[in-house]
Design a protein around this ligand. Sequence first.
Ligand SMILES: *Cc1c(COP(=O)(O)O)cnc(C)c1O
Length: 452
Amino acid sequence: MTLVDTPATTTGGPALTQERRLVTAIPGPRSQELMNRKAAAVAAGVGHTLPISVVAAGGGVVVDADGNSLIDLGSGIAVTGVGNSAPRVVEAVSAQLGAFTHTCFTVSPYEGYVAVAEKLNELTPGDHEKRSALFNSGAEAVENAIKIARHYTKKQAVVAFDHAYHGRTNLTMGLTAKNIPYKNGFGPFAPEVYRAPLSYPFRDGGLDGREAAARAITMIEKQIGAENLAAIIIEPIQGEGGFIVPAAGFLPALVEWATANGVVFIADEVQTGFARTGAWFASEHEGIVPDVIVTAKGIAGGLPLSAVTGRAEIMDSAMAGGLGGTYAGSPIACAAALATIETYEQDGLVERAKEIGSVLIGRLNALRTADPRIGDVRGRGAMVAIELVDPATGAPDAALTNKVAKFAHEQGVILLTCGTYGNVIRFLPPLTISDELLVEGLGVVAEGLKQA
Ligand SMILES: *Cc1c(COP(=O)(O)O)cnc(C)c1O
């Protein structure tokens, strides 16, 4: 019997050869073929960052149908913290698939959902009594957090911040700050959503955290009134808005004001949660204890799952039947989440995120010293970004940002941009990436900056 040579591209996971390998241009012919089918079959509003056809992924690489192996500096968008097809996740999901696939938790419950809720209640900041509810997407969880806060406070107004991103459904579009591409032409948006100024140390003229919080609180008190305000929602580090780390003291001052004024403080940790920032949750860096915390992306190794976790009295205020959804907390996603959380714990991935952060911050700061177009290097753990500017004026340079990203893509590096002004390159590698691949990927970005 002859052994059939199984192409490396049929199996993913950490066993995949960890290398950047370009055997065709990006896109190669098979990827291009898929792009042509996509253009004819998929709605144009569903965009893509790289024109490739993925067949396998794992560790720190993504392999396409042409046999190219790309360095993954995006993890989807901060989803596969434990890596693609992480062994514990594959095993747990396979076992669950063989047992049962769906009963609807609100019809006939199962243990996985309850176990995920217990784990979230234990891991999230604060040792008060908590409850959790599970959903499918980040946006759906944000919507539910707002529903719950309104029901509990019997108030309606909600404050979100400049540069915020909370999702693409109607309420979350309204909470999101950036018009193009998220909101333009998609209105009308839900009422009683207000926007307050953020702390953005690189661009707000040296306001410290307390001063920036006082500015936001004054706006809230004068324009809305605490007696009308159900909730403040904020990302502890803004994701799509540009990886903006607020000045120290900003978040604690907001929490203090919210607590004193009967306003529910909601931390949207959809992007920052689950080891990403070198802590289980980014709120921990500022020592804050949110009333409600929303999680999703990194929670289940790539399976669709999201959660709202909060103070028991807040979470329990909604009537039975008021929260839920057909697929919410699917048994398969719950099995994946338990295996994912175990992987973060057993493989020391919170620590690993810190190490990745030192490599990123160290190398990017060295680049900045030699290149004044890098205006700012910021972030925490494996969530780091550079903001590219015109060195003479400090004006955002989106054109340069796009050039560098395009260069990286052509050279086999998956690199994401973000920012209200489109001038931020963000680094969100899987926590399973090797230092070698990470450094090689950064080298490609440095080369892209040089050539641009
Ligand atoms: C991605 C994201 C969302 C929306 O999550 P979806 O799963 O895409 O609906 C909400 N908030 C933040 C901070 C995010 O990064």
